[in-house]
Design a binder for this molecule. Sequence first.
Ligand SMILES: Nc1ncnc2c1ncn2[C@@H]1O[C@H](COP(=O)(O)OP(=O)(O)OP(=O)(O)O)[C@@H](O)[C@H]1O
Ligand SMILES: [Mg+2]
Length: 325
Amino acid sequence: MAKLLEVKDLKKYFPVRSAPLGFGRKWVKAVDRVSFTIAPGETLGLVGESGCGKTTVGRSILRLIEPTGGKVFFKGTDITSLAGKKVRLFRPKMQIVFQDPYSSLNPRMVVLDLVGEGLHGVSLQKKKDLVVGVLERVGLSPEILYHYPHEFSGGQRQRIAIARAILLQPELLICDEAVSALDVSIQAQIINLLIKLRQEMKMAYLFISHDLAVVKHISHRVAVMYLGQIMEVAPTKRLFANPLHPYTKFLLAAVPVPDPECKRERLVLSGEAQMGADFARTRVDEGCCFAPRCPYAEDRCRREEPPLVTAGKGHQVKCFLVKSK
Ligand SMILES: Nc1ncnc2c1ncn2[C@@H]1O[C@H](COP(=O)(O)OP(=O)(O)OP(=O)(O)O)[C@@H](O)[C@H]1O
Ligand SMILES: [Mg+2]
């Protein structure tokens, strides 16, 4: 399969504490050697608990923040080594939609300017035509051109944010918790809109969410992150039917199961669950980063870091307990 996006060994470390003269400085490994690919038109779901590094992955890919290490290839070009000006050439091709449509839209701009901001050197009439066209695409009336963001509901604002992101026909759309702030019924409408747009415009999505039901619905493949690392990646059906990593099993078991006949293995996590991700992150310097919470951890898991092994077609897992195929 051709690759639209290839992320290789991506790292982003943030300093957590500045020690005198810089000695003993600690780092939060927000993203730690993350690798994955996205094919044209494919949707990769990225899931994991709050603070596991999902947003940092998305922002590093777009170079909204500078990665500490690793490479990001977009259609074969290494965009991590491009200078500022050249990165801008790629911006129209890769766009992002954020969680909060209230803060992501400038309150002082009207819809025409918000949505059409990325257009340069076009006449006002052309700008209006293009903006009206894209508003129709996302289910909004052309009558709203001169209205301000505060005049709209959350769902309508997210449609405006999507219109703005797709105006220049990107090939990759990063959706970072794009529906998480919306009511459930509105969520479904926006998800359906994203699925429609994906078909019409042949866009690929990196769909970041902590909501597994939504991710299951929209993604072709899913990657599971824990403390900055990808622990498991598999085609969606396979991951939900046959999760192999203890952490993935825990995540899936935490989702309400509507069918009472369907009994899923319930895992009880030990360790730092309630102490927060950062505590566990700074504590584990060797071995598997999930070992402190893993009910199956053995001595080896605390000493050595497991490699990501192939456990079936398109299915990779980072756990010593899973046999490679
Ligand atoms: N600018 C920053 N400076 C320092 N630490 C940061 C910064 N941005 C993120 N972090 C830390 O990096 C880790 C990953 O954060 P990130 O926002 O990527 O997680 P997330 O998976 O998107 O979480 P959520 O589901 O809550 O959105 C967290 O521990 C966070 O505190
Ligand atoms: Mg986030």
